[in-house]
Design a protein around this ligand. Structure first.
Ligand SMILES: [Zn+2]
Length: 401
């Protein structure tokens, strides 16, 4: 398969064991040089053939937030927010599937775009991207493919934005510990360089690629205010100055320093939505609540499609446990953090989609974007908000322990 999704899957590898971020190698991984020299990103190779997914079209005007912007009185119970996000955000089929389901409950989610998905073969061979510390053109994931696929991606981003979904960044070259230097080695200057290029691709992708009759990307670059680093790499003290230099206000990359679900915390002016480490009833133990990490814990991230029903059930059960603990407890926003992928026989889309169908739009439950949740938090009386932020974690252990 030359699908970019599979390339992404092959190079993404991390798991958190007792708070330490560990990269797990994968023999299928594409090296930076092989990815850079492949003939096509081909992200849509496996996606365009399925006729069962209806095309989702954008309305004429971006709708207002789906979060009721009201202030809590002291003692009021906050809404239960669920924040779905998808790294890479380069699959036409996934965009359509999740936008269709979100429509049913006026829900919103966030796509973290890999910037080089906006660079077609022309942009790639023109040397438009140089990852910090790497050769020009090198990347650990594929580029965007031929012009038709770039246009499809742009249309998907436009549709999502016009439906009120949020676009964030998954940076560019996806350089992790398997393709150093990456997020764990980069300095603030390197992150600034990576982000400069990301925003340049969003602004200038048509010029860079030399496309003369492609549609405009209508997502204003200044509305991209947060993201997730590849493989959750990087350190706050190196990243925060780069985020601030680019007008960014939040991040959702850092492995949580405490177990369990708790409210995001403001670190040096940036809202950090920590990637939670939670108890999973199916695993009978702790896990980082993210698709790849579930997979790594389940079978070492080996492709075993026959086991998909079992893994889906474990993931769904973990989501339900997280929900019950937060909803009946501290009401911390629940993060459902996935990639657009079909790993291990499509183990991760069905539980995320079922969870979205079952919970979003239920009483007091709002599936929202990061920025809309931030706007709601910043609307609150500071003392009321602080009480929420200070609430103790839930879902940090088995319910009866
Ligand atoms: Zn990734």
């Amino acid at each position: 398969m030359r699908s970019r999704l599979l390339v992404v899957g092959a190079v993404l590898g991390l798991t958190v064991v007792t708070g330490v971020l560990i990269y797990q190698g994968n023999t299928e991984k594409a090296t930076a040089s092989s990815a850079a020299s492949s003939t096509s990103g081909g992200v849509y190779a496996e996606d365009t053939a399925d006729p069962t997914i209806p095309e989702v079209t954008a309305p004429g005007e971006r709708p207002a937030t789906n979060v009721p912007m009201t202030k809590l009185e002291p003692g009021d119970t906050p809404p239960q927010f669920i924040i779905f996000s998808f790294d890479g955000a380069g699959s036409h089929q996934r965009w359509n599937e999740f936008m269709s389901v979100a429509d049913e409950s006026n829900s919103r989610f966030t796509g973290f775009l890999s910037g080089i998905y906006l660079l077609g073969d022309e942009g790639k061979y023109a040397g438009a991207y140089t990852g910090p510390g790497h050769k020009t053109g090198a990347a650990a994931i594929g580029y965007g493919g031929p012009e038709s696929e770039i246009v499809t991606e742009v249309n998907d981003l436009n549709t999502a934005y016009m439906k009120g979904h949020e676009i964030g960044t998954h940076y560019n070259g996806h350089f992790c510990d398997d393709a150093p230097p990456g997020g764990n080695q980069w300095t603030t200057a390197d992150w600034n360089d990576e982000l400069d290029q990301f925003y340049k691709f969003v602004k200038d992708w048509k010029t860079i690629n030399g496309y003369t009759d492609a549609p405009d990307l209508i997502v204003p670059p200044e509305t991209i205010k947060g993201g997730r680093t590849p493989c959750l790499t990087g350190k706050l003290d190196t990243l925060i100055p780069a985020w601030k230099a680019h007008g960014m206000t939040y991040d959702s990359s850092m492995p949580a320093p405490r177990n369990g679900l708790y409210w995001p915390q403001k670190v040096d002016g940036i809202w950090e939505f920590y990637m939670p480490q939670v108890y999973s009833p199916g695993f009978e133990g702790m896990t980082t609540a993210m698709d790849y990490n579930f997979w790594a814990k389940f079978n070492g991230a080996r492709d075993e499609p026959d086991t998909a029903p079992e893994l889906r059930s474990i993931v769904k059960g973990t989501y339900e446990f997280m929900f019950d603990q937060a909803y009946n407890g501290n009401r911390a926003p629940i993060l459902i953090a996935n990639h657009f992928n079909k790993w291990n026989g499509d183990s991760f889309n069905p539980p995320a989609m079922d969870f979205m169908k079952e919970k979003c739009g239920q009483p007091d439950v709002i599936c929202a974007t990061y920025q809309d949740v931030i706007a709601w938090m910043e609307l609150q009386d500071p003392a009321v908000l602080q009480e929420l932020l200070d609430r103790a974690p839930v879902a940090a252990k088995a319910p009866d322990s």
